[in-house]
Design a binder for this molecule. Sequence first.
Ligand SMILES: *Cc1c(COP(=O)(O)O)cnc(C)c1O
Length: 224
Amino acid sequence: MSVSSNLLQIRNTLPADVTLIAISKTHPTELIVEAYNEGQRDFGENKVQELSEKFDKLPKDINWHFIGHLQSNKVKYLAPYVHLIHGIDSFKLLEIINKEAIKNNRLINCFLQVHIAKEESKFGFSETELLNMLESELWMQLTNIQICGLMGMATFTENQILIKEEFTFLTDLFKKIKKTYFADFEYFKEISMGMSDDYLLAIECGSTMVRIGSSIFGHRVYSK
Ligand SMILES: *Cc1c(COP(=O)(O)O)cnc(C)c1O
């Protein structure tokens, strides 16, 4: 199977209002170009260094999504061009992104990551942490960021019932937050959830943005 045929096949399964982000981490730019030539413009990476190198080499109308855990000292490298940062899990990180966005005279789109999995290893706000942060209203003073929605990763498991519960939890939390804090913010409208193995279930549960890597580009080989 080729990248283009994988991509077309996945697109056929997506409702028109769901955005597909092609997760290209570890894959060479040649494969990204193949997807680009099929009209794909949203790509996601999880390492700052790798993303910077790919940004330099590839067409400038790509929307680059940062989907990894972002260290505060690396925000400055992404700020000039990143389209959307998915993995934000502290107010401090939001503040730093805002500061770098101001330096670059840009508005940076952000997702707040919520810890929905039953595993310890996944990052993100707990529901309580998230509500406390929003309740403080300090985020409203951050002029150069735009909180566009929530992001979550389900437990790595075969248990479809558990995954469905976690996705539904995120959608319910989104609706609650939308009503309480973002009713006047039209751009707060996205739920980023669903990967190669669970994206159809995620869409059923309300996802508006799916992050798909291996089903498009094949398995990842980690050399380091
Ligand atoms: C790697 C990654 C994906 C894509 O995973 P696949 O199973 O290859 O589709 C999605 N989201 C995040 C946060 C990732 O790190």
